[in-house]
Design a protein around this ligand. Structure first.
Ligand code: ATP
Ligand code: MG
Length: 281
Protein backbone atom coordinates (compact mmCIF):
# COMPACT_ATOMS: atom_id res chain seq x y z
CA UNK A 1 0.00 0.00 0.00
CA UNK A 2 2.70 2.40 1.11
CA UNK A 3 4.82 1.84 -1.99
CA UNK A 4 1.75 2.21 -4.21
CA UNK A 5 0.82 5.50 -2.53
CA UNK A 6 4.43 6.58 -2.78
CA UNK A 7 4.68 5.98 -6.51
CA UNK A 8 1.28 7.63 -7.07
CA UNK A 9 2.50 10.69 -5.19
CA UNK A 10 5.71 10.76 -7.26
CA UNK A 11 3.68 10.42 -10.49
CA UNK A 12 1.36 13.27 -9.45
CA UNK A 13 4.24 15.54 -8.48
CA UNK A 14 6.08 14.72 -11.70
CA UNK A 15 3.08 15.45 -13.90
CA UNK A 16 2.35 18.68 -12.01
CA UNK A 17 5.95 19.73 -12.63
CA UNK A 18 5.80 18.82 -16.35
CA UNK A 19 2.44 20.60 -16.69
CA UNK A 20 3.78 23.72 -15.00
CA UNK A 21 6.87 23.59 -17.20
CA UNK A 22 4.94 23.26 -20.45
CA UNK A 23 2.28 25.84 -19.67
CA UNK A 24 4.72 28.49 -18.42
CA UNK A 25 5.32 29.88 -21.95
CA UNK A 26 1.55 30.13 -22.42
CA UNK A 27 1.27 32.22 -19.28
CA UNK A 28 4.06 34.43 -20.58
CA UNK A 29 2.15 34.88 -23.86
CA UNK A 30 -1.07 35.75 -22.03
CA UNK A 31 0.74 38.36 -19.93
CA UNK A 32 2.47 39.80 -23.02
CA UNK A 33 -0.81 40.00 -24.97
CA UNK A 34 -2.46 41.82 -22.06
CA UNK A 35 0.46 44.21 -21.80
CA UNK A 36 0.43 44.91 -25.54
CA UNK A 37 -3.07 46.37 -25.30
CA UNK A 38 -1.83 48.87 -22.73
CA UNK A 39 1.75 49.57 -23.72
CA UNK A 40 2.91 48.94 -27.27
CA UNK A 41 6.46 49.80 -26.32
CA UNK A 42 6.61 47.01 -23.72
CA UNK A 43 9.87 45.01 -24.00
CA UNK A 44 9.83 42.11 -26.49
CA UNK A 45 9.35 38.52 -25.35
CA UNK A 46 12.43 36.46 -24.62
CA UNK A 47 12.97 34.28 -27.71
CA UNK A 48 14.50 31.25 -25.98
CA UNK A 49 13.33 27.74 -25.01
CA UNK A 50 12.08 24.85 -27.13
CA UNK A 51 11.74 25.40 -30.91
CA UNK A 52 7.94 25.88 -30.97
CA UNK A 53 8.05 28.36 -28.08
CA UNK A 54 10.88 30.24 -29.80
CA UNK A 55 8.92 30.45 -33.04
CA UNK A 56 5.75 31.64 -31.32
CA UNK A 57 7.67 34.26 -29.30
CA UNK A 58 9.37 35.54 -32.43
CA UNK A 59 6.02 35.75 -34.28
CA UNK A 60 4.54 37.64 -31.32
CA UNK A 61 7.45 40.11 -31.31
CA UNK A 62 7.11 40.68 -35.06
CA UNK A 63 3.38 41.34 -34.61
CA UNK A 64 4.10 43.84 -31.84
CA UNK A 65 6.68 45.65 -33.98
CA UNK A 66 4.28 45.83 -36.94
CA UNK A 67 1.36 47.06 -34.83
CA UNK A 68 3.55 49.75 -33.32
CA UNK A 69 4.82 50.88 -36.73
CA UNK A 70 1.25 50.90 -38.07
CA UNK A 71 -0.07 53.09 -35.26
CA UNK A 72 2.93 55.41 -35.54
CA UNK A 73 2.38 55.76 -39.31
CA UNK A 74 -1.27 56.64 -38.79
CA UNK A 75 -0.40 59.20 -36.12
CA UNK A 76 2.20 60.79 -38.38
CA UNK A 77 -0.34 60.92 -41.18
CA UNK A 78 -2.94 62.57 -38.94
CA UNK A 79 -0.36 65.15 -37.89
CA UNK A 80 0.72 65.78 -41.50
CA UNK A 81 -2.85 66.17 -42.76
CA UNK A 82 -3.88 68.57 -40.02
CA UNK A 83 -0.65 70.48 -40.35
CA UNK A 84 -0.94 70.90 -44.13
CA UNK A 85 -4.60 71.94 -43.94
CA UNK A 86 -3.57 75.05 -42.06
CA UNK A 87 -1.95 76.68 -45.10
CA UNK A 88 -5.02 76.71 -47.40
CA UNK A 89 -7.11 77.67 -44.39
CA UNK A 90 -4.97 80.74 -43.78
CA UNK A 91 -5.32 81.67 -47.47
CA UNK A 92 -9.08 81.26 -47.20
CA UNK A 93 -9.20 83.53 -44.17
CA UNK A 94 -7.26 86.22 -46.02
CA UNK A 95 -9.63 85.97 -48.98
CA UNK A 96 -12.68 86.02 -46.73
CA UNK A 97 -11.55 89.37 -45.32
CA UNK A 98 -12.31 90.89 -48.76
CA UNK A 99 -15.96 89.84 -48.85
CA UNK A 100 -18.08 92.99 -48.98
CA UNK A 101 -21.25 91.65 -47.39
CA UNK A 102 -20.62 92.11 -43.64
CA UNK A 103 -22.96 89.34 -42.50
CA UNK A 104 -21.54 86.76 -44.93
CA UNK A 105 -17.98 87.74 -44.06
CA UNK A 106 -18.58 87.38 -40.30
CA UNK A 107 -20.23 83.96 -40.72
CA UNK A 108 -17.40 82.76 -42.92
CA UNK A 109 -14.73 83.97 -40.53
CA UNK A 110 -16.54 82.21 -37.67
CA UNK A 111 -16.61 78.94 -39.61
CA UNK A 112 -12.95 79.30 -40.47
CA UNK A 113 -12.07 79.97 -36.83
CA UNK A 114 -13.96 76.81 -35.84
CA UNK A 115 -12.07 74.78 -38.45
CA UNK A 116 -8.79 76.20 -37.23
CA UNK A 117 -9.63 75.18 -33.64
CA UNK A 118 -10.53 71.65 -34.77
CA UNK A 119 -7.34 71.27 -36.74
CA UNK A 120 -5.32 72.74 -33.86
CA UNK A 121 -6.70 70.21 -31.37
CA UNK A 122 -6.22 67.31 -33.81
CA UNK A 123 -2.61 68.35 -34.25
CA UNK A 124 -2.12 68.61 -30.47
CA UNK A 125 -3.60 65.12 -30.06
CA UNK A 126 -1.30 63.65 -32.74
CA UNK A 127 1.73 65.33 -31.14
CA UNK A 128 0.80 63.95 -27.71
CA UNK A 129 0.52 60.46 -29.17
CA UNK A 130 3.87 60.70 -30.92
CA UNK A 131 5.61 61.80 -27.75
CA UNK A 132 6.05 58.50 -25.95
CA UNK A 133 5.88 58.92 -22.20
CA UNK A 134 7.20 56.10 -20.04
CA UNK A 135 4.77 54.19 -17.78
CA UNK A 136 5.48 54.90 -14.12
CA UNK A 137 3.95 54.28 -10.70
CA UNK A 138 1.49 57.08 -9.88
CA UNK A 139 -0.68 57.71 -6.82
CA UNK A 140 -4.00 58.99 -8.16
CA UNK A 141 -4.89 60.51 -4.78
CA UNK A 142 -1.90 62.82 -4.98
CA UNK A 143 -2.16 63.49 -8.71
CA UNK A 144 -5.86 64.38 -8.71
CA UNK A 145 -5.44 66.42 -5.53
CA UNK A 146 -2.93 68.54 -7.44
CA UNK A 147 -5.15 68.75 -10.55
CA UNK A 148 -8.14 69.88 -8.45
CA UNK A 149 -6.01 72.48 -6.68
CA UNK A 150 -4.68 73.86 -9.99
CA UNK A 151 -8.22 74.14 -11.34
CA UNK A 152 -9.44 75.89 -8.19
CA UNK A 153 -6.54 78.35 -8.52
CA UNK A 154 -7.82 79.09 -12.02
CA UNK A 155 -11.24 79.92 -10.55
CA UNK A 156 -12.93 76.65 -11.52
CA UNK A 157 -14.86 74.94 -8.70
CA UNK A 158 -13.54 71.37 -8.34
CA UNK A 159 -14.07 69.49 -5.06
CA UNK A 160 -12.27 66.31 -4.04
CA UNK A 161 -12.70 63.75 -1.28
CA UNK A 162 -9.45 61.77 -1.22
CA UNK A 163 -9.57 58.01 -0.62
CA UNK A 164 -8.28 56.94 2.82
CA UNK A 165 -5.66 54.66 1.22
CA UNK A 166 -3.17 55.30 -1.63
CA UNK A 167 -4.47 54.65 -5.16
CA UNK A 168 -1.52 53.24 -7.09
CA UNK A 169 -1.75 52.88 -10.86
CA UNK A 170 0.86 52.38 -13.58
CA UNK A 171 0.52 55.19 -16.07
CA UNK A 172 1.79 58.04 -18.16
CA UNK A 173 1.71 61.15 -16.01
CA UNK A 174 0.97 63.78 -18.69
CA UNK A 175 -1.54 61.53 -20.44
CA UNK A 176 -3.58 60.77 -17.31
CA UNK A 177 -3.49 64.41 -16.31
CA UNK A 178 -4.86 65.41 -19.70
CA UNK A 179 -7.63 62.78 -19.55
CA UNK A 180 -8.85 63.91 -16.11
CA UNK A 181 -8.50 67.59 -17.00
CA UNK A 182 -10.73 67.06 -20.05
CA UNK A 183 -13.39 65.35 -17.92
CA UNK A 184 -13.23 67.98 -15.18
CA UNK A 185 -13.32 70.74 -17.78
CA UNK A 186 -16.56 69.28 -19.16
CA UNK A 187 -18.12 68.97 -15.70
CA UNK A 188 -17.35 72.61 -14.89
CA UNK A 189 -18.27 73.88 -18.38
CA UNK A 190 -21.58 72.04 -18.70
CA UNK A 191 -22.45 71.35 -15.06
CA UNK A 192 -21.18 74.36 -13.10
CA UNK A 193 -19.05 72.42 -10.61
CA UNK A 194 -17.11 69.15 -10.49
CA UNK A 195 -16.93 66.78 -7.52
CA UNK A 196 -14.26 64.07 -7.60
CA UNK A 197 -14.81 60.81 -5.69
CA UNK A 198 -11.99 58.29 -5.30
CA UNK A 199 -12.09 54.69 -4.17
CA UNK A 200 -10.12 51.49 -4.45
CA UNK A 201 -11.32 47.94 -5.05
CA UNK A 202 -9.33 44.71 -5.11
CA UNK A 203 -8.23 45.08 -8.71
CA UNK A 204 -9.41 48.49 -9.83
CA UNK A 205 -9.18 52.10 -8.82
CA UNK A 206 -12.40 54.06 -9.43
CA UNK A 207 -12.70 57.81 -9.94
CA UNK A 208 -16.11 59.46 -10.26
CA UNK A 209 -16.71 62.99 -11.52
CA UNK A 210 -20.14 64.43 -10.69
CA UNK A 211 -21.65 67.69 -11.85
CA UNK A 212 -24.98 69.50 -11.56
CA UNK A 213 -25.60 70.16 -15.26
CA UNK A 214 -28.27 68.83 -17.63
CA UNK A 215 -26.55 65.44 -18.05
CA UNK A 216 -26.47 63.66 -21.42
CA UNK A 217 -29.44 61.79 -22.97
CA UNK A 218 -28.71 58.05 -22.72
CA UNK A 219 -29.07 57.63 -26.50
CA UNK A 220 -26.08 59.96 -26.93
CA UNK A 221 -23.72 58.15 -24.51
CA UNK A 222 -21.78 56.46 -27.34
CA UNK A 223 -21.89 59.43 -29.70
CA UNK A 224 -20.26 61.95 -27.37
CA UNK A 225 -17.07 59.87 -27.47
CA UNK A 226 -16.81 60.37 -31.23
CA UNK A 227 -14.32 63.01 -32.40
CA UNK A 228 -15.89 66.45 -33.02
CA UNK A 229 -19.32 65.31 -31.87
CA UNK A 230 -21.09 67.92 -29.73
CA UNK A 231 -24.64 67.94 -28.46
CA UNK A 232 -26.88 70.53 -30.08
CA UNK A 233 -27.27 72.44 -26.78
CA UNK A 234 -23.52 72.97 -26.39
CA UNK A 235 -23.05 73.93 -30.03
CA UNK A 236 -25.63 76.68 -29.86
CA UNK A 237 -24.56 77.82 -26.40
CA UNK A 238 -21.18 78.72 -27.82
CA UNK A 239 -19.11 77.12 -25.07
CA UNK A 240 -16.17 77.16 -27.41
CA UNK A 241 -15.13 73.49 -27.43
CA UNK A 242 -14.17 71.48 -30.48
CA UNK A 243 -15.66 68.12 -29.42
CA UNK A 244 -12.39 66.24 -29.03
CA UNK A 245 -12.13 66.24 -25.22
CA UNK A 246 -14.00 63.01 -24.52
CA UNK A 247 -12.44 61.11 -27.45
CA UNK A 248 -8.98 62.01 -26.22
CA UNK A 249 -9.80 61.10 -22.60
CA UNK A 250 -11.28 57.78 -23.72
CA UNK A 251 -8.26 56.98 -25.87
CA UNK A 252 -5.89 57.66 -22.97
CA UNK A 253 -7.87 55.70 -20.37
CA UNK A 254 -8.23 52.70 -22.70
CA UNK A 255 -4.50 52.94 -23.36
CA UNK A 256 -4.08 52.34 -19.62
CA UNK A 257 -6.30 49.25 -19.64
CA UNK A 258 -9.20 51.17 -18.09
CA UNK A 259 -12.60 52.46 -19.17
CA UNK A 260 -14.89 55.48 -18.93
CA UNK A 261 -18.63 55.07 -18.30
CA UNK A 262 -21.36 57.71 -18.27
CA UNK A 263 -24.55 57.79 -16.24
CA UNK A 264 -27.13 60.38 -15.30
CA UNK A 265 -27.46 60.89 -11.58
CA UNK A 266 -30.93 60.47 -10.09
CA UNK A 267 -30.74 63.95 -8.54
CA UNK A 268 -29.69 65.50 -11.87
CA UNK A 269 -26.29 66.00 -13.44
CA UNK A 270 -23.83 63.68 -15.11
CA UNK A 271 -21.61 61.08 -13.43
CA UNK A 272 -18.48 60.04 -15.30
CA UNK A 273 -16.90 56.88 -13.86
CA UNK A 274 -13.30 56.07 -14.70
CA UNK A 275 -11.86 52.70 -13.70
CA UNK A 276 -8.18 51.86 -13.97
CA UNK A 277 -6.34 48.67 -13.01
CA UNK A 278 -4.53 48.87 -9.66
CA UNK A 279 -0.80 49.22 -10.41
CA UNK A 280 1.92 47.27 -8.64
CA UNK A 281 3.76 50.54 -7.75
P1 ATP B 1 -13.56 70.15 -26.09
O1 ATP B 1 -13.55 69.21 -24.95
O2 ATP B 1 -12.79 69.62 -27.27
O3 ATP B 1 -13.19 71.52 -25.73
P2 ATP B 1 -16.36 69.61 -26.00
O4 ATP B 1 -16.36 69.78 -24.52
O5 ATP B 1 -17.54 70.12 -26.75
O6 ATP B 1 -15.06 70.26 -26.63
P3 ATP B 1 -16.20 66.77 -25.49
O7 ATP B 1 -15.48 67.03 -24.21
O8 ATP B 1 -15.71 65.65 -26.34
O9 ATP B 1 -16.20 68.08 -26.40
O10 ATP B 1 -17.74 66.52 -25.17
C1 ATP B 1 -18.63 66.22 -26.23
C2 ATP B 1 -20.01 66.74 -25.90
O11 ATP B 1 -20.58 65.98 -24.83
C3 ATP B 1 -20.04 68.17 -25.42
O12 ATP B 1 -20.10 69.08 -26.49
C4 ATP B 1 -21.32 68.21 -24.61
O13 ATP B 1 -22.43 68.41 -25.46
C5 ATP B 1 -21.42 66.81 -24.04
N1 ATP B 1 -20.93 66.73 -22.64
C6 ATP B 1 -19.71 66.38 -22.24
N2 ATP B 1 -19.58 66.40 -20.90
C7 ATP B 1 -20.77 66.81 -20.43
C8 ATP B 1 -21.29 67.05 -19.10
N3 ATP B 1 -20.55 66.89 -18.00
N4 ATP B 1 -22.60 67.44 -19.00
C9 ATP B 1 -23.36 67.61 -20.11
N5 ATP B 1 -22.93 67.41 -21.36
C10 ATP B 1 -21.66 67.02 -21.55
MG1 MG C 1 -14.81 68.90 -23.42
Amino acid sequence: MASLAGSAAVAILLSAWVLGFTTRPLRRFAAAANRLGVDMSAPSLDESGPREVRLAASAFNTMQRRLKAFVEDRTRMLAAVSHDLRTPLTRLRLRAEFIDDDAVREKMLEDLAEMEAMIGSTLAFARDQANEEPMQAIDLNAMLGKVAEDMRDAGRPVGLTPAPQPLPVMGRRMGLRRAFCNLLDNAVKYGGTAELGLSRGAETVTVTIDDHGPGIPEAEFDNVFRPFYRLEASRSRDTGGTGLGLSVANDIIRGHGGEIRLSNRPGGGLRVTVTLPVGEG
